[in-house]
Write a protein that binds this ligand. Structure first.
Ligand code: GTP
Ligand code: MG
Length: 195
């Protein structure tokens, strides 16, 4: 493991609370419970720095982590969880939308999808919207450990086709086994030399 020094900075609930835009940043988006927080922990080599949960709706607010005093990771609340009140979901969505549109230092949105499942409507809407807004994004197909190698390839090809992308434009990962994490770390090394 690399010597990565990470600390939790702030949970942002309104744009006024955003930390000064002093570093490049990478945001992690995806459906509730897809494994965003787990993937961040896997990348950082930390067990539970970013709070994870078997119950969807764990991450609330935009949670900022500072890595090696050089890069921000931003854990976003998940979307599409029916049991979170509509009003609360709408509030998060507005916060996330405004954040994505305003934050000039945002380098990349990692969009996390479950490798086991077909593309969902809200995933497609997010990816289409990011493309339309000209924001850079990287699809990551996670929970790969739950499928055989053969199935991983099949499912990944189906998601690629649904998104209209090639296999160089995404990664297959597992937070449990660490599969793909080294590749992902390399793609996220904005301003960080010692990953
Ligand atoms: N087997 C396996 N389980 C995973 C993986 N990633 C996440 N999980 C499990 O999936 C559940 C949800 O993980 P989280 O990381 O909390 O998901 P999240 O997307 O941050 O969820 P919200 O914060 O609610 O939006 C937890 O029970 C994790 O242990 C993975 O790669 N493999
Ligand atoms: Mg989370």
């Amino acid at each position: 493991m690399h010597s990565t020094k990470t600390r939790f900075l702030i949970s942002v609930h309104s744009l006024k609370q955003l930390p000064p835009p002093d570093f490049p940043e990478v945001a992690f988006a995806g459906r509730s419970n897809v494994g965003k927080s787990s993937l961040m922990n896997a990348l950082l080599g930390r067990r539970n720095l970013v709070k994870t949960s078997a119950r969807p709706g764990k991450t609330q607010g935009l949670n900022y982590f500072l890595i090696n005093e050089a890069l921000y990771f931003v854990d976003l609340p998940g979307y599409g969880f029916a049991r979170v009140a509509k009003k609360v979901q709408a509030g998060w969505q507005q916060l996330i939308t405004e954040y994505l549109l305003q934050r000039r230092t945002l380098q990349l949105v990692v969009v996390i999808l479950d490798l086991r499942h077909p593309l969902k409507k809200m995933d497609r809407e997010l990816i289409d919207w990011l493309g339309y807004q000209g924001l850079s994004f990287l699809p990551v197909y996670t929970k790969a450990d739950k499928l055989s190698k053969n199935k991983q390839m099949k499912h990944a090809a189906a998601l690629d086709a649904a998104l209209g992308i090639s296999k160089d434009d995404r990664l297959i990962c597992s937070s449990k086994t660490g599969q793909g994490c080294e590749d992902l770390r390399r793609r996220l090394a904005f301003g960080v030399d010692s990953w």
